[in-house]
Each structure stands twice: as structure tokens, then as C-alpha cells.
Design a protein around this ligand. Structure first.
Ligand code: AR6
Length: 176
């Protein structure tokens, strides 16, 4: 499904983010930028070794922050690596950290003068964030951002499974 908010199309699709053609894609990384499983593993496998070389040079990214590398062999020219929180019950600042991961990623889009970006469901896999809460934070943060930033024209949420796609579309329908 998709909906227009201010100057931006917000689109939800089921699929593999490594195949996206937006100018940037976001990676759900870890603080050491060392690669791993999930979407992080898929991006490094599909994008080739130049991405890891750049990650090694950058060295570290705190939870809730974001760093940028090139896209290697991917169609996207930029990868925004952000680190979502590990979910441990919900009383350890997880919501603020997840919001910050989306916000800092969106700021990187603006700072690099890009107009389109694709996100995975940050923290909703290995890091264990409850999908519905994760979807709500993802969509609310993005909608608020594009309301104030006309530079962004397209934000795609690329959801890997039907289940997570359905949760995101339920939450988006409630917000529009
Ligand atoms: N395209 C889009 N989404 C994907 C893809 C893909 N190719 N592969 C998985 N997903 P996760 P996290 C979905 O675990 O929870 C890594 O080891 C997945 O189904 O990738 O933030 C990092 O190095 C889920 O819905 O990220 C960190 O150590 C969503 O992407 C840690 O995992 C996020 O799941 C980060 O955990």
C-alpha cells in the first residue's frame, strides 16, 4: 500500500531490500559495524566487500545513531547503517532509541541531498522488538519527518515477510 504525505510517497512493500532502487537503503546494523545475520548479512553479501572496508574505517556506531557508506554493487548508491536497540522488556529506553535510529537515518538522507530511501523493520528481527510497536514507531517518526522536510519524495518500507508487511499496513491505515 502507499500514501502521499506532504511531498513524500510512503510505500509499504514485501520484499528483499538489497534489490531496491532508491538512492539509499538503510541497514539494521550492530554498533561494531561488523556485519551479522538478517538484513545486515544480506546487504553485505549482495553489496560486496567494499561496504565492509568502509565500515571498518568508520569503526563504530552508537545505538540510535547512523553512519553512511557507499552501496558497493547494489543499485542504491548509499547505505545508511543504523543501530536499533536490543529489546529487553521495553523499560530501557528502547522506544526512544528506535525512534532515534529512524530519525538519524532520515537526517542522513537530507544531509546527502537524496530524495528516496528504503527501510527494513529495524530491530524487529534478531533484536526482538515487538513488531507492532516497532512498526508504529517507524511510521510515526517517518510521517512526522516528511511533514517538515519537502526534500524527501519517496520512503519505502521493505518488509521481508507477509506477517510484518501486514502489521505495518495495519498501523499505517490507523495513522492516515
Ligand atoms: N530485506 C528486507 N528485510 C529483511 C531482509 C532483507 N533482505 N532480511 C531480513 N529482513 P534483523 P535487527 C528483516 O534481524 O532486529 C544482525 O545480525 C527481518 O525479517 O535483520 O535490527 C545485525 O548485525 C526483520 O523483519 O535486524 C545486528 O547484530 C527485519 O529485517 C542485528 O542483526 C530486521 O531484522 C540487528 O537486529
Amino acid at each position: 500500500m502507499e500514501t502521499k504525505i506532504n511531498n513524500a510517497m510512503i510505500a509499504l512493500v514485501q520484499g528483499d531490500i538489497t534489490r531496491e532502487e532508491t538512492e539509499a537503503i538503510v541497514n539494521a546494523a550492530n554498533s561494531g559495524l561488523k556485519g551479522g545475520g538478517g538484513v545486515d548479512g544480506a546487504i553485505h553479501r549482495a553489496g560486496g566487500p567494499s561496504i565492509m572496508e568502509e565500515c571498518r574505517e568508520i569503526g563504530y556506531c552508537s545505538t540510535g545513531q547512523a553512519v553512511v557508506t557507499g552501496g558497493g554493487n547494489l543499485k542504491a548508491g548509499y547505505i545508511i547503517h543504523t543501530v536499533g536497540p536490543v529489546y529487553s522488556g521495553g523499560n530501557r529506553g528502547e522506544a526512544d532509541l528506535l525512534k532515534s535510529a529512524y530519525l538519524e537515518s532520515l537526517k542522513k538522507v537530507t544531509q546527502n541531498r537524496l530524495r528516496s530511501v528504503s527501510f527494513p523493520a529495524i530491530s524487529a528481527g534478531i533484536y526482538g522488538y515487538p513488531p507492532r510497536e516497532a512498526a508504529h514507531i517507524a511510521l510515526e517518526t517517518t510521517i512526522n519527518y516528511v511533514k517538515n522536510h519537502e526534500d524527501i519524495e519517496l520512503v519505502r518500507f521493505v518488509l521481508f515477510s507477509r506477517d510484518i508487511y501486514d502489521v505495518f499496513s495495519d498501523e499505517l491505515k490507523k495513522m492516515i
